[in-house]
Design a protein around this ligand. Structure first.
Ligand code: PTJ
Length: 247
């Protein structure tokens, strides 16, 4: 069903063809973690929500795959943490920007940044079309949530001093290793989890949120993620992988 949604997005013209390849790569890593939110991912999701609730200018960056998979949930999360929503594309065309903004508005977004002339600020040292950002959005953001991001932009945003929260099923990608907080989970689970956590954590004081953030260590959390995958695979090695059928 998820694959069909991404394919439909390609047919409608707002998901990039390369989005299909990215989705397939994501599926492969999802099988390795067992297609569920694993404990280190939940830790990262909690830290990410704390960072967004503490932020002055949180922004959620939306691309084609995200618009196809979790448009409504992105808007819900943005409302709960008071974040702006910005379209930011690797394979940027005016048509795709506008189609994604339309999808988001149809799901209840009041304001969508990064479309047309609004994307007039530039991220230094970045050469893909992702360098163009909104001067009212990602450019001035202190915390940016970037689901399905590329490594170059993650590094460039970090160099600008921003807290970068990545959602990426590949724990070894450059994005995962360069982000401040990496959530190794499928966006279709990560964003709804973050919506639930934002509701739960809304009443926490700044000190409690800061403690959650201070207790989180991304490098350690990525090691836990890789350990989880290795242990899971070792279990298959020791217990076997065959499906039993009656004789
Ligand atoms: O819409 P655009 O033009 O901005 O293009 C978007 C894509 C995704 C095509 C573009 O950013 C791209 O090429 O990304 P990459 O470099 O292929 O990286 C995508 C990463 O997201 C990979 O590491 C995948 O494993 C991961 N991924 C794919 N699907 C999911 C995912 N992570 C979480 N949830 C998913 N559903």
């Amino acid at each position: 069903m998820l694959r069909e949604r991404v394919v439909e997005g390609v047919r409608e013209g707002y998901v990039a063809m390369q989005g299909l390849i990215a989705h397939g790569r994501g599926e492969c890593f999802d099988y390795l973690i067992g297609e569920e939110t694993i404990p280190p991912a939940l830790n990262a999701e909690r830290a990410a929500v704390a960072a967004m609730l503490l932020a002055k200018h949180p922004v959620i960056s939306v691309n084609g795959n995200v618009a196809a998979l979790v448009p409504g949930e992105i808007i819900e999360l943005a409302k709960l943490v008071n974040a702006k929503i910005e379209v930011n594309l690797f394979y940027r065309t005016r048509e795709r920007e506008e189609l994604i903004a339309k999808v988001l508005r149809e799901h209840g977004a009041d304001e969508v940044l990064g479309v047309g002339d609004d994307a007039s600020c530039t991220i230094p040292e970045l050469f893909s079309e992702r360098r163009r950002v909104s001067c009212r959005g990602i450019y001035i953001a202190d915390v940016v949530l970037v689901p399905l991001e590329d490594g170059d932009r993650t590094e460039a945003l970090r160099r600008m001093g921003k807290v970068v929260i990545a959602i990426d099923l590949n724990p070894l990608s450059r994005t995962s290793r360069a982000a401040s907080i990496t959530i190794v989970d499928n966006v279709v689970r990560a964003i709804p989890n973050m919506v639930r956590l934002a509701r739960e954590m809304h009443s926490l004081g700044r000190d409690e949120l800061m403690k959650i953030l201070a207790d989180f260590n991304n490098d350690e959390n990525l090691r836990e993620t890789i350990k989880y995958i290795v242990n899971r695979l070792m279990k298959f090695v020791s217990e076997g992988v065959m499906i039993e059928f009656p004789k």
